[in-house]
Design a protein around this ligand. Sequence first.
Ligand code: GTP
Length: 219
Amino acid sequence: MGDQSYGIDVKTVSRIAEEIKGIHEKGIEVCMVVGGGNIFRGVIGADYGMPRSAADSIGMLATIMNALAFQSSLEQQGMKTRVMSAVAMPAICEAYIRRKAMRHLEKGRVVICAAGSGNPYFTTDTAAILRALELECELLIKATKVAGVYDSDPKTNPYAVFFSQLSYRDVIEKNLKVMDKTAIVMAQENNMPILVCSLETEGNMEKVLFGEGVCSIIS
Ligand code: GTP
């Protein structure tokens, strides 16, 4: 959204795409899982009485719009990409097929996964863990609005305590709001490390991947 209250801010998309390009140019294969909260949040739709499955379907469609925006921006910057959707949408993009996604990654393409896991009630975070496991990723990065994991929201609590290293169990037991429980439990059961860092500080993702900059690691 950038500074907007809604929708796709092309400048922000382009800046994030530049960060992805920087990482990719260092020889790191990148698969992105994009959410859709800047357009529509399924849970909020459900809060207003919409059946959760319908609300989540709208949310999944929102992720396709974001994926296409990223694809355009990455390709404008000279990268090769493929958008793969968990919900079949042949006129718009490819369907997500694990083995095909692996081939795209091997060929140096950035794979942008859209439509979550294709199921209502599952969040983008859970889809991200699922894709990270399926595609045999070494690390899942959750790029977000804050520098990492805190014991409370640092945007509202100036005394929030920051954790640079923590376990899955810490996240679950302390009820830390970094990801939903389904996602964390899946990561825990399959030992998928999660790096949480800010998407708002320019160049940060690349820095933390090379051991500099601020981030939290859940393992
Ligand atoms: P390789 O087989 O590794 O060469 O991969 P490729 O993705 O280049 O081959 P393919 O012929 O499958 O795709 C060519 C282009 O068509 C790519 O830009 C794909 O993203 C796109 N594409 C492939 N399948 C679909 C689909 O079902 N729907 C849409 N809209 N585009 C597709």
